[in-house]
Design a protein around this ligand. Sequence first.
Ligand SMILES: *Cc1c(COP(=O)(O)O)cnc(C)c1O
Length: 331
Amino acid sequence: MKLSHFPRVRLAHLPTAIEHLPRLSAHLGGPEIWIKRDDCTGLSTGGNKTRKLEFLMAEAGVAGADIVLTQGATQSNHARQTAAAAAKLGMDCHILLEDRTGSNDINYNQNGNVLLDHLHGASTEKRPSGGDLNAELEVVAEDFRAKGRKPYCIPGGGSNTTGALGYVNAALETVTQLNDSGLDIDHFVTATGSAGTQSGLICGLQLINAHLPLLGIGVRAPQAKQEENVYNLACATAERLGVAGGVPRASVVANCDYIGEGYGLPAPSTLEAIDIFARYEGILLDPVYSAKGGAGLIDLVRQKHFRKGQNILFLHTGGAIALTGYLNYFQ
Ligand SMILES: *Cc1c(COP(=O)(O)O)cnc(C)c1O
């Protein structure tokens, strides 16, 4: 397997740091909690999409694209980072924003990631929730082709086998850091949504036989659906990389008990996680993904699923700029 076979543009500040969270660990009174700072990848306030975009934007370049098209929820971090990557590489960017929450709130619709999409020069159009947005992207791409443009479509969340390569690489990076520092992690935890992050990590961990169990905390789909999505993308990515024996189904584990009322709607446990991480460690989680992951982490410590004597590594996937789109939850 050679990751260097795949075209890649450098967009992220790598490697991202792994830090101890002593005050959070003491507050919860369970395992030692560590954090991998993929919120600090450097591109337009950072986040996990930067690693995926290193491979996706390179593929767009090889394809000769002059405009990238993508889609996401109104406060999509993926949309914002794609807009920033396109700006940096001198391409245009057009985004379909799906109204998944039905919110009329001005901050939700104009602040946070939406503000940044536009600052990076992307054009956006709204779509009602429930359609097949990746299929609609293809329709929009045809319109651009008819106008003589060369569009390149990036699926929601950047989650295809190309985007997942960013997290294959992140798994190799993380295990190297742990080996170098002699840190023995018992469990790796991440928020999981469009599945590229978890799928890429599973492939990378499998590839190097890391024996590091990974738990995805779901933000949208029910558990069976989430695990199926992750497994399918992990298998496809493993095949593309030639991972011998593929990925075991048992390595795909999602817990979807912390979604609350739905995608993009913070639950009380989400807001509590934001509060605890901010007050005990000076770390900002986001209300859609990392705080639902954080809420799962906190609850699994309280339930003694993660126990004293263990070391738990939480992947901070970024997104805190969306807090300003959710001001009404903090008043
Ligand atoms: C997109 C995103 C995730 C989820 O990653 P997927 O690869 O879509 O599963 C987690 N956290 C943040 C902040 C994100 O923007």
